[in-house]
Design a protein around this ligand. Structure first.
Ligand SMILES: Nc1nc2c(c(=O)[nH]1)N(C=O)[C@@H](CNc1ccc(C(=O)N[C@@H](CCC(=O)O)C(=O)O)cc1)CN2
Ligand SMILES: Nc1ncnc2c1ncn2[C@@H]1O[C@H](COP(=O)(O)OP(=O)(O)OP(=O)(O)O)[C@@H](O)[C@H]1O
Length: 176
């Protein structure tokens, strides 16, 4: 199937049947992972209502005094990762995503662990289907740190049902 159709199908499924599945296991697996434990800095999004809530991850990172970076879209192809702290002002983007408005911009390879959002994951290959901006594909191309994604039952596939492109970047560890 083409990516667009798979996105539409998955978003529809999430809208009708994600009953705030119990994500505690996913968070716990993340916090127990070696990638998380050794990360001094993490890159994490501010989740939208159709995504797995990232607030527990942000809170835990704060508690563990990790440096937190959050993406902000700056053009149709680029996003930057801004340092998140008590001085950060958040603002809703035109795509409806809360993003940091101010703050230092981090270099991508200063981030030890990127928690990568997505709509669908092929857990056998690490292939990921995102929301269609290609933002993470571009970032991950030049990124050498660890990557983790959390995937609930709707988003988890044993094999990609979408067509995988050459520019698609794999996720090193999918927690599901
Ligand atoms: N919570 C969260 N934040 C995130 C991401 C994410 O997946 N989740 N991103 C992950 O990359 C980046 C933003 N991703 C975006 C992906 C697509 C479009 C976009 O162009 N949307 C168009 C429809 C495009 C299409 O249909 O192909 C639109 O809404 O009009 C915007 C932002 C950074 N922040
Ligand atoms: N490395 C790259 N260089 C140039 N263009 C790219 C690159 N990676 C992706 N793109 C472009 O981005 C567009 C969207 O890609 P794709 O549909 O795979 O996004 P996605 O991975 O689902 O989105 P996201 O990463 O934002 O969550 C594609 O049309 C592709 O042309």
């Amino acid at each position: 199937m083409n990516k667009k159709d798979v996105r539409t199908q998955i978003i529809e499924e999430i809208r009708k049947s994600r009953t705030q599945e119990n994500y505690k296991d996913l968070y716990n697996k993340l916090f127990e992972s070696a990638e998380w434990q050794k990360a001094g800095s993490v890159g994490v999004t501010f989740s939208t209502e159709i995504e797995i809530d990232t607030m527990p991850i942000i809170e835990r990172a704060k508690l563990e005094a990790k440096t937190i970076f959050m993406p902000k879209v700056i053009s149709s192809t680029e996003m930057e990762f801004k340092l998140l702290n008590d001085l950060t002002k958040m603002k809703k983007s035109k795509f409806g995503i809360m993003e940091p408005e101010n703050g230092l911009v981090g270099k991508i390879n200063d981030i030890d662990l990127l928690i990568v959002p997505g709509l669908a994951f092929d857990v056998s290959s690490g292939n990921r289907l995102g929301f269609g901006g290609g933002y993470y594909d571009r970032v991950l191309k030049d990124y050498s740190g660890d990557t983790v994604s959390l995937s609930d039952s709707i988003s988890t596939f044993k094999k990609s049902i979408w067509e995988v492109d050459d520019f698609d970047q794999k996720i090193a560890r999918i927690i599901y």
